[in-house]
Design a protein around this ligand. Structure first.
Ligand SMILES: Nc1ncnc2c1ncn2[C@@H]1O[C@H](COP(=O)(O)OP(=O)(O)OP(=O)(O)O)[C@@H](O)[C@H]1O
Length: 765
């Protein structure tokens, strides 16, 4: 709509100007306060130098904290100048007569003089009606109560660099226009916030109660990652009194992905949230510099075909060993193993000091298993040590006084019975020496008794115990057959020889460590968000819940993209029953926002042709684009030239970010070399080691592309074909669904039989 025919344009422009000048005044106030705090801190430092006053120290701490808050606020307020709000809602609370106008933005701004909110934070309870409600009767929840309202208007603004460009009044059906505009934008290297266009089904997830575990199955591009970050921002705001931002942790698949989401966290005021990968988190728990075998090697072995590849049986074994290490059977095995270890821990001997029984073995057994039963095994030993030391010290004192008494009486009788003289003196001296020797022995015994007792209890490292278990056929065959047990033993021995563990070993190891030693408190968090959770096993998540002692989990994933399915969940039911005992909520997202109808339809067709059954297919938001192109080539060189031609054509059409996606790492490396050599194209190769990239055109294997998105995607299959297996279908699906606007597939003839089956025909060389 043109500005001049927007009826309230003038009024809205004035409101924006008014908000901006109020914002400027607030910013000026913050600047003043910053200066004041800084000078207060300077003074406090001076005083600290002068007289080491604890008051000054407290003042420094207080000012530093206030300054931190102000700095965070300052950046936020400054950013808000460009667009202080994105929407307005007009409503009336059911029990009130007055109609209210609320402007929604990424900050809270309150006009003290008028006692009205200038801008309401999008996370405030009342803002929920903007995302949920249609015009008319609606409601929102706050502090456990439901409030009824009547919603008269939902207005969305386009504000650029502080200037109102236009606005649009929307209801549910019409709001698509605004969403469409947002989706048509081109991708930047980083994820962006969607506060102005959050959809109702997404809003339910963002605002779901904190204390109940939440599992979200969402198709590719349904906004899972985006929602996860908005949920964290919402929880930080809503539960500010109970949790600090550092109490939240997001677990993502790799550092590349963490870099990709890093841009949006500060935008949402959530930059202090902990971000990590599963491997790093587990290593942090273990507190050791363990060497992890590159886990993508396993995926590579599984997808590789032809020369040097594993046989079907070998692949099957690899899958079984991985799955087993991360299965709930493994948990049962570890529990029995630990129980047996615990039962054999207390020696079959009484505790004695200088030959005297201080504690009977039965008592020590009950001390270990009952009184200290709530502690990890080795911590029970620490507590027992203190207990034994205390009683030993007391006993030693008693023994010493008994010895002193007995020698004093011996010496007293000597003095009475014998006449003074050299002979008596010598006898007394001998008695004194004997007494001192006896006391020395008692003291030494007191010192040694506890250590001698505890030395009978071996304290082995979790890794030593784990390896012993995994090399013991009699234990392993409790949960697997002999053939598989032999494979597990070989796998354990090979890893031990290389001084490595593999990713699948981390959950059992962390569980063992928690049960034996307990984990350091410092690495624990209270709220966990797991993205790309389809690649986790039930046991991995169970271990996380067990060691973090929290139910506050938000778990998001898409089973269709489960490319590490050899070790991961097969259905969310497994988590619901196996980890959360039906206490979790499972929500699904079927609408996909990322890609065009044409691309999504083809990706869905790949899933339909795959061996996977009962998968929910994505419904794309109505956004049309060019049909995907399938180009097939007779030889590699032509394929490389074809890729280069498409990249240039996409760039000319204005598509900024582009990715060539292959099935394997090797293929990506080879094609990268050829693209540089044959076409001199500035393409950057991304690998498992890449943690950051700025290049606009990249080449990477599909497993690394998980979670990312690009304006244009070029799937390349030269040597490494996408076959008919479930894993190949998933890799292809992941690759295709990374595209926002354009997709072309460059393949050697017959390299992607799934597409032939889908009836998708190539354009030819
Ligand atoms: N409500 C929305 N408004 C605007 N854009 C949205 C909305 N929801 C999602 N998007 C956009 O859709 C794209 C996909 O989002 P995101 O990456 O979070 O999805 P995902 O479910 O994690 O995808 P995948 O599983 O395929 O990695 C992003 O560009 C995101 O900005």
């Amino acid at each position: 709509m043109e500005q001049n025919i927007l009826p309230d344009f003038q009024e809205e422009t004035e409101r924006l100007a008014q908000t901006r000048s109020y914002l400027d005044a607030t910013i000026a106030l913050v600047v003043d306060k910053r200066l004041k705090f800084k000078s207060d801190m300077k003074d406090a430092y001076k005083e600290l130098d002068d007289m080491d006053s604890s008051l000054s120290y407290a003042s420094i701490l207080l000012n530093a904290k206030l300054l931190d808050d102000l700095e965070a606020n300052f950046t936020f307020l400054k950013n808000a100048r460009k667009a202080p709000y994105f929407a307005r809602i007009d409503l009336r609370q059911e029990d009130k007569d007055r109609r209210e106008k609320l402007y929604l933005g990424k900050i809270s701004l309150f006009d003290d003089s008028m006692e009205t909110p200038m801008v309401v934070d999008w996370r405030a309870p009342i803002a929920s009606v903007y995302y949920d409600g249609r015009l008319g009767k609606a409601s929102y929840k706050a502090h456990g109560k439901e409030y009824a309202i009547e919603l008269f208007l939902k207005r969305q603004y386009t504000i650029l660099e502080g200037e109102l460009k236009s606005y649009m009044d929307v209801d549910v059906s019409m709001s698509d226009t605004f969403l469409q505009a947002s989706l048509e934008n081109h991708a930047s290297e980083k994820l962006k916030d969607i506060v102005s266009t959050i959809q109702a089904e997404q809003n339910d997830i963002i605002r779901a109660p904190i204390h109940r575990p939440l599992i979200v199955q969402g198709v590719a591009g349904s906004g899972k990652t985006t929602i996860a970050l908005h949920r964290i921002a919402y929880l930080i705001y809503t539960y500010a009194a109970s949790f600090r931002p550092e109490d939240f942790m997001i677990i993502a698949p790799n550092s590349l992905f963490l870099d990709y989401i890093s841009g949006v966290l500060p935008e949402l005021g959530a930059d202090q949230v902990k971000q990590t990968t599963y491997g790093d988190l587990m290593l942090g728990f273990l507190g050791k510099r363990l060497k992890i075998a590159p886990h993508q090697d396993k995926l590579a072995k599984l997808v590789r075909r032809g020369k040097g590849s594993l046989s079907v049986e070998e692949k099957e074994t690899l899958v079984q060993v991985s799955a087993l290490k991360n299965s709930m059977d493994m948990r049962s095995l570890l529990d029995v193993y630990l129980e047996e270890k615990a039962q054999g821990m207390i020696p079959d001997e009484d505790y004695t000091v200088a030959g005297k029984v201080l504690f009977k073995k039965e008592y020590l057994f009950s001390l270990f298993h009952e009184s200290y039963g709530y502690l990890p095994l080795y911590r029970r030993l620490d507590s027992m040590k203190k207990y034994l030391q205390k009683f030993t010290r007391e006993e030693v004192k008693k023994m010493e006084s008994r010895v002193n008494l007995s020698y004093e009486s011996k010496m007293a009788s000597l003095r009475i019975l014998e006449a003074p003289g050299e002979e008596r003196r010598q006898k007394l001296l001998a008695l004194m020496a004997e007494r001192d020797q006896r006391l020395k022995e008692i003291q030494a015994e007191g010192k040694n008794a506890v250590n001698r007792y505890l030395a009978m209890i071996p304290r082995e490292e979790p890794l030593t115990l784990y390896r012993r278990l995994m090399e013991d056929e009699s234990w392993l065959t409790r949960i697997m057959d002999e053939t598989l047990a032999q494979e597990v033993i070989l796998n354990t021995m090979a890893l031990a020889k290389a001084k490595q563990v593999e990713l699948e070993d981390l959950a059992p190891l962390v569980y063992l460590k928690e049960k034996l030693e307990g984990l350091p408190e410092a690495v624990k968090v209270k709220n966990v968000v797991i993205d790309e959770a389809q690649d986790f096993s039930t046991f991995q998540i169970w271990v996380l819940r067990e060691v973090l002692h929290t139910e506050r989990f938000t778990i998001l994933g898409d089973l269709s993209q489960g490319i590490h399915m050899y070790r991961a969940v097969k259905s969310w039911e497994e988590l619901l029953t196996g980890v959360f005992q039906e206490e979790a909520t499972l929500l699904t997202l079927e609408q996909s926002y990322r890609t065009t109808i044409e691309i999504m339809n083809l990706a869905n067709e790949v899933l339909r042709q795959s061996p996977m059954k009962e998968l929910t297919l994505a419904t794309p938001v109505v956004r049309h684009g060019e049909a995907p192109q399938l180009l097939s080539y007779g030889e590699t060189k032509a394929l490389v030239l074809g890729l280069a031609k498409s990249i240039e054509a996409f760039a000319e059409e204005g598509y900024t970010t582009q990715a060539v996606i292959t099935k394997s790492v090797e293929e990506a490396q080879r094609l990268h070399g050829l693209l540089l050599k044959e076409c001199r194209l500035p393409v950057a190769l991304l690998s498992d080691q890449t943690s950051h990239f700025q290049e606009k055109i990249v080449i990477l294997p599909a497993h690394l592309a998980k979670g990312l998105e690009f304006d244009a995607v070029l799937v390349a299959a030269d040597d490494d074909t996408f076959g008919l297996s479930e894993l190949d279908a998933k890799l292809l699906y992941v690759a295709m669904t990374r595209a926002l606007h354009r997709l072309s597939l460059h393949i050697r003839e017959g390299a992607v039989p799934l597409l032939d089956q889908a009836g998708f025909s190539s354009i030819g060389e």
